[in-house]
Design a protein. Structure first.
Lengths: 198, 250
């Protein structure tokens, strides 16, 4: 059973996660495998939402878990494991985006992203909440400035709290809120613009 | 409260994060203003769309393959870590290290080979010495020595092994003469009768040299004789000694 299984209570899950991390710190690869299997979907979702590219997202997840393995000795148990993992994924994604100045390509690619097709089978009731608009939001979000995009993905798509976003991005809560506000304004403005044009 | 003020507050109004008094003011304005109501409706649509996006799971990909790739990399990292400090050395250092190891191994091997070779050589020499005719040639040589006026082997050995006799003279020449005589003595012991005739001839050539008696000590005249005739004798004896050495090698 996954460490992050919804069938487990928070206390049980935390205790089991603590044990798995402790064993991984001692070099137990089988314990580390459980960490990878339990959290790679979370890591992949986040990476994909930021970089909007399947290959890059998988590469980021791979590098992220390698960093986790190398630095697990320095992991502070007082910090949530997911927050630590998210921080690594976000940093790697940020580096990836910064290195690749292909925003325009991302924007175009998003409109024909295979994610749309795969999502249909996973969320059949999604059309009720405006499928078209969701896709447009994703496309517009890809054109946001990097910092705003990070904040938007973490807060509005990953549903993290402002405090968690601030911790991951090493920003103040105020700065997170400001960037989020700008991001939302930009998205709304772009959506209106698209509606007028389209 | 005008439209501009209300629109700034709409996100907070929608999320319910504002004081009740302000919330009511915004509420009253939105109910009476079609534009702000539309703005709020748009926000709601975007909010719903975001909620839809959040509820969607990650796109399908091969999780097992990614897990194996990650663990494969972890395994190779572990192997590198287990190599210890070597991993921090550049490849050129590692090559040099290999070369040094091979050189050290070659030296050790050469040392052992040399030792084994020496052992065989010593064994062969010992074997040759044991088979040498020297021991049996000592007795028949005595008459030749007497004929040459050199005295017995014991007397010659005693005179040559007395270090005090060398004091106060040209030590270097005396040492050389002594060495030559010792070699001559060895040759005589090896049983070459012709050597006695040669010694006799040399005695005639250097008459004063043979009158010296190292055991009695040497005066200034004796030293001059030693210097003059001794050096000449050494010169004469050199080819003879080489012949003798060759004879030894046979």
């Amino acid at each position: 059973m996954s460490l992050a299984s919804p069938r487990k209570t928070d206390k049980d899950a935390a205790s089991e996660l603590g044990q798995v991390i402790a064993r991984s710190r001692q070099g137990d690869v089988r314990a580390f495998r459980r960490l990878v299997e339990s959290y790679q979907r979370y890591a992949y979702t986040l990476a994909f939402r930021i970089v909007c590219d399947d290959d890059n997202a998988r590469e980021i997840v791979q590098d992220a878990f390698l960093r986790v393995w190398k630095n697990i000795q320095n992991f502070n148990p007082e910090v949530k494991f997911t927050t630590w993992l998210y921080k690594i994924v976000v940093n790697l994604s940020y580096d990836k985006l910064k290195g690749e100045r292909r925003r325009r390509r991302f924007f175009l690619a998003l409109s024909t992203s295979p994610e749309t097709a795969s999502r249909d089978s996973m969320a059949p009731d999604r059309e009720a909440v405006n499928k078209d608009l969701a896709d447009k939001i994703k496309a517009v979000a890809a054109g946001l400035p990097l910092k705003q995009r990070m904040v938007f993905v973490l807060r509005d798509l990953q549903d993290l709290t402002v405090e968690e976003v601030a911790e991951i991005l090493k920003m103040s809560s105020g700065s997170v809120k400001t960037n989020l506000c700008f991001a939302r304004q930009h998205i709304r403005r772009q959506l209106k613009h698209m509606e007028v044009e389209g | 409260m005008n439209c501009r003020e209300v629109r700034k507050l709409l996100p907070l109004y929608r999320e319910g994060e504002m004081a009740e008094a302000i919330r009511q003011q915004v509420h009253r304005h939105v109910e009476s203003c079609k534009a702000c109501e539309g703005e709020l409706r748009d926000m709601g649509r975007v909010g719903d769309a975001l909620a839809a996006l959040r509820s969607v799971g990650p796109r399908l990909y091969d999780e097992d393959a990614l897990t194996e790739r990650i663990l494969g990399q972890v395994a190779s990292t572990r192997d590198r870590d287990h190599r210890g400090v070597e991993q921090f050395l550049p490849p050129s250092f590692r090559r040099m290290e290999t070369a040094c190891t091979l050189a050290a191994a070659a030296l050790v091997a050469a040392f052992f080979v040399q030792n084994i070779y020496d052992m065989h050589r010593v064994a062969a020499l010992e074997s040759r010495l044991n088979q040498s005719p020297r021991a049996t040639a000592v007795v028949p040589l005595e008459p030749h020595l007497s004929a040459a006026g050199l005295g017995t082997i014991a007397e010659i050995a005693a005179s040559l092994s007395e270090p005090s006799a060398a004091q106060g003279i040209n030590v270097r020449v005396w040492q050389q003469v002594r060495d030559v005589e010792r070699s001559l003595f060895d040759v005589l012991r090896d049983g070459r009768p012709g050597v006695a005739d040669e010694v006799l001839r040399l005695r005639e050539k250097y008459p004063e040299l043979w009158t010296l008696s190292p055991t009695d000590g040497l005066g200034s005249h004796d030293r001059r004789v030693l210097d003059r005739e001794g050096k000449a004798l050494l010169k004469d004896l050199r080819p003879f000694m080489q012949e003798g050495e060759m004879h030894h090698e046979e």
